[in-house]
Write a protein that binds this ligand. Sequence first.
Ligand code: COA
Length: 178
Amino acid sequence: MEPLGGVAWPPEPIKTERLVLRESEARDRTAFVELLASPEVNTYLGGPRPRDEVERETPEVPERWPGSFVVELDGTMIGQILLRRATKHRPAAVGKADLGYLFLPQAWGFGYAAEACAAALDWFDGVLPGEPVVLATQTANVGSMRLAAKLGFTEVERFEAWGAEQWLGMRSPATQST
Ligand SMILES: CC(C)(COP(=O)(O)OP(=O)(O)OC[C@H]1O[C@@H](n2cnc3c(N)ncnc32)[C@H](O)[C@@H]1OP(=O)(O)O)[C@@H](O)C(=O)NCCC(=O)NCCS
């Protein structure tokens, strides 16, 4: 995966009804460490990384690159949205923008992920109009599968990788994200 190219970055913070999407700041570091080290968050992402290793390797201002949005609720980071350019991937996905999302467990189940992803996809449609977006997730990741469907992604294929069934979905540019 590579950062999205060809976009002005960072954009002005994106405000939704309840959330703000913005570039990362030093005050988000603890939440980033938690996202990488949490067993719950990483159940379907290959497992958590050792917390001490993450603490050591996370820079003072983490994940500052075009396409990485911090999602903030009431002034505190609750998740990250990643829009990246797929490099090594399934043939149907190579070269396309790829959506990823990680939220802290205490923020699950309130529709925050759907609200934030819809806003990020709206932003994407504005800066790279006409481009499709792909998304890969384990089929066992029920919450992620539901979220993908809600955002307008439809199945391209299922495939086996990393010892599990994976789902590749695509959102065509004409599909509304909300
Ligand atoms: C995937 C993830 C972002 C979903 O977050 P969330 O806050 O629960 O999502 P939302 O509240 O916006 O819910 C989206 C939809 O999924 C449903 N959903 C969420 N978790 C669910 C679960 N475990 N089982 C069934 N449905 C679930 C919600 O009910 C909602 O559907 P609805 O509007 O039809 O009711 C969150 O679980 C997460 O961060 N997981 C860890 C990281 C991860 O696996 N990311 C996927 C990488 S590809």
